[in-house]
Structure formats: structure tokens, C-alpha cells
Design a protein around this ligand. Structure first.
Ligand code: FES
Ligand code: FE2
Length: 386
């Protein structure tokens, strides 16, 4: 293929790729990972319109708790307001576009711009603007509000305030996970990183079990072997697979998993469902923990990876054992990510090469086919879901 393909030709390649039947499916055209124009289109047609996971509800436990995140090209404040509601609003000052806040923490009941000290209430209303004329009416000035939805304890933000609700399109996942009671899981730790790859390469890597036996040979594979992974029916908004678990074998820490949840059947206890909520939230769910990532492109070969682990309320021991368990979980998930990083970086680099060509996919990669069809629906006007 041509390393620098004009955008219309690339979109045609995306459409052709997505229209292949799943038993003849091929990997993604490489320019999809490397084209800056394609990334701008993704920002316009995907990230400006879709639900993006920004954390768990319990991370914003008290009024004033906030975190700054970037969605597409916008800095966003996510916070718990005085009435206990989660809100998302622009982090860009309505005076001269300075960033209002950084990082995260707990606000003292208002937001003050560091540039000229305009002050906003936690609902985004401007309440203070020093040295302004009498003809300036603060009541007409408010930070733009974005849509927020909670689903299974995760918080999602959509830059489009009129966006359709998220839960209906993820209903088959919620049904699949009903007995796990994921909403009750509590945040254990979070990591905010930049990986040197395209966001879609990492999404696809997380959501295909084909590489477990080759890349995670001594880590994941003994507990969650590729041969026990079975892709499930996807939908317009998600992909899903069931990963069988070897009874009595754990990779998260050095002992067998204890099932803390009596609502689970034996089959559920020995299965780890993994879902990808399009476009950029991927998660693996076990009876005792989640392991999930939310992805946001920084440029074509850099992705912000906000990831972490949450635990079932009965899953963690108390006291010093708890601290040890947290360290063990952190270490094992960092080790797994360290196995995925060189792979995902190499693919992003090789995608620029003259000889880069998409090959045939295994049935264990059907989640990639689902994802490619999602991209085609979002980006190419002429793609019709067959
Ligand atoms: S840019 Fe915020 S007060 Fe001036
Ligand atoms: Fe992996």
C-alpha cells in the first residue's frame, strides 16, 4: 500500500475492509494508524460525539471532588457538585481561554481562573469578574456543560450535550455482567500514562486474546489461555469475548483467586468477560476485580492511557495484607502492560513502511472485525451495516 494515501482513498479502504465477511476478515489498513488527516477526522466524527470513560463514580465521592481530562481537543472538568450530581464542563475560561484547573483534587466550592481571577460556581456559572464595566452581566456567562452518564459505576462524558444515552447500546454487556455487580466494585488504583502507539492498535490489542499465548506466555496464559477464549456477538457500540479461566490458577498475585461473590455461577466464576465499549473503553472483569483502560489519542503515534483496577467490596483483605495485595496487583498489571508496550509500539512504527500490509484475522480476533465495522460506520458515509 501507499504510505501516504489521500484521505478519500483511505476511507474507501476502510469501507472495503469493514465489508469483508468475518470469516475472511483482514487486519486494519496501516495508514489508519499513521495518517494525521485520519486522526483529525476521528476527533471530529468520533471523539467529539461519543461517550468517553473518565473514571469511576467513587473517585468523585464528595462535593468538589474533580479531575481534569482531555476529550478530543477539549479540556474538561469532571466534578461532583454541591447537590451531589456529577457534572462535566469546559475547563476553558470564558474570558480569554486560559485553562482553569489542572490535575485533580477537591475544590473549595468555586473555580477561580489563574489569569484574571474570574470565578465560577461548581455548576459553571460565573459569579465573580473583577474590574469589569457595569454593562457586563455575569448572569449570562457560564462554562459550557457536557453530558455525563454513569454505567456500572463508570463515569462517561460526551462533548455533545444532546448525545443519545449510552446504557441502551451497552445493554447486552450489562446483562452479561449482571451477577458480577460491577457497580459495587471500588477503585483500587489508577495510572495515567502515555504509550507510544496509535490508540486503535492498543484498543485492538486489549480486545484480542490471540496474542496471550505468545506475548504473555508466563504471565496471563497459564491462568487465561488463548485456547479458552471465545469471541461473543458484538453490537454497534461494543465488542465482547469470554475468557475461560484455569480453576485454581491466578496471575494477579501468587495464589488462587477467591470468589467473593456468591451470586456467581461456577461457569461465571471460571470466566473472565472482556468488553470494548466503543470507541475507547476496554475492560476485563473477574469476580474479584476489574482491569480497564480508557484511551485518548494525543497524536497518531501517542495515546493517553488512563487505566486501573477496581475490586469487589469483599475481595480485599484488611490491614497490612491489603497493602501487600495492592502492590502485587499493581506489579502484575504493570508487568503485563510492559509485555504489550513493545508490540504496540512496533506496529505503530511498521505501519508507516512501504511493505506494511493487513493480513487475515483469526476467529480469536473477531473483536477487531467488530471494531473495524464501528470505525467504518462512524467515518465513512457510504458504509451500510450488512
Ligand atoms: S482568562 Fe480567565 S480570567 Fe482572564
Ligand atoms: Fe496483551
Amino acid at each position: 500500500m501507499t504510505p501516504n494515501m489521500p484521505l478519500p482513498d483511505l476511507l474507501e479502504a476502510v469501507r472495503r475492509n469493514a465489508e469483508l465477511p468475518d470469516d475472511c476478515a483482514e487486519a486494519t489498513p496501516p495508514q489508519v494508524y499513521t495518517s494525521p488527516e485520519f486522526l483529525e477526522l476521528e476527533r471530529d466524527k468520533i471523539f467529539n460525539k461519543e461517550w468517553i470513560c473518565v473514571g469511576r463514580s467513587d473517585e468523585f465521592a464528595n462535593p468538589g471532588d474533580y479531575r481534569i481530562t482531555t476529550i478530543s481537543r477539549d479540556e474538561v472538568i469532571v466534578l461532583r457538585d454541591r447537590n451531589g450530581a456529577l457534572r462535566a464542563m469546559s475547563n476553558i475560561c470564558r474570558h480569554r481561554m486560559m485553562s482553569l484547573l489542572e490535575g485533580g483534587g477537591t475544590l473549595p466550592g468555586k473555580i477561580t481562573c489563574p489569569y484574571h481571577a474570574w470565578t465560577y460556581a461548581l455548576d459553571g456559572q460565573l459569579i465573580g469578574a473583577p474590574h469589569m464595566r457595569d454593562n457586563f452581566d455575569k448572569r449570562n456567562c457560564r462554562l459550557p456543560q457536557f453530558a455525563v452518564e454513569e454505567w456500572l459505576g463508570w463515569v462517561y462524558v460526551n462533548l455533545n450535550p444532546q448525545a443519545e444515552a449510552l446504557a441502551p447500546r451497552l445493554a447486552p454487556i450489562a446483562e452479561r455482567l449482571a451477577n458480577y455487580n460491577v457497580t459495587s466494585y471500588r477503585t483500587l488504583f489508577r495510572v495515567d500514562e502515555i504509550w507510544d502507539t496509535n490508540w486503535k492498535i492498543l484498543f485492538q490489542n486489549f480486545m484480542e486474546p490471540y496474542h496471550l499465548f505468545a506475548v504473555h506466555t508466563t504471565t496471563v496464559e497459564p491462568a487465561l489461555p488463548t485456547r479458552l477464549a471465545f469471541v461473543q456477538e458484538g453490537g454497534p457500540g461494543f465488542c465482547l469475548y469470554n475468557q475461560g479461566r484455569m480453576p485454581g490458577v491466578a496471575y494477579e498475585y501468587g495464589e488462587a483467586m477467591q470468589n467473593p461473590n456468591p451470586a456467581l455461577t461456577d461457569e461465571e466464576t471460571n470466566t473472565v468477560p472482556l468488553f470494548g465499549a466503543f470507541p475507547a473503553h476496554v475492560a476485563s472483569i473477574s469476580p474479584e476485580r476489574t482491569f480497564w483502560m480508557s484511551l485518548m489519542p494525543v497524536d497518531v503515534a501517542k495515546v493517553r492511557v488512563f487505566w486501573g483496577v477496581d475490586v469487589h467490596p469483599n475481595a480485599m483483605p484488611e490491614g497490612s495484607e491489603r497493602a501487600e495485595r495492592i502492590e502485587a496487583l499493581k506489579a502484575s498489571f504493570h508487568a503485563i502492560n510492559d509485555e504489550d508496550k513493545p508490540v504496540t509500539t512496533a506496529i505503530a512504527q511498521n505501519a508507516k513502511a512501504l511493505a506494511a500490509e493487513p493480513g487475515r484475522l483469526s476467529p480469536k480476533e473477531k473483536t477487531i472485525w467488530d471494531f473495524q465495522r464501528y470505525l467504518a460506520r462512524m467515518l465513512t458515509d457510504r458504509f451500510v451495516l450488512s
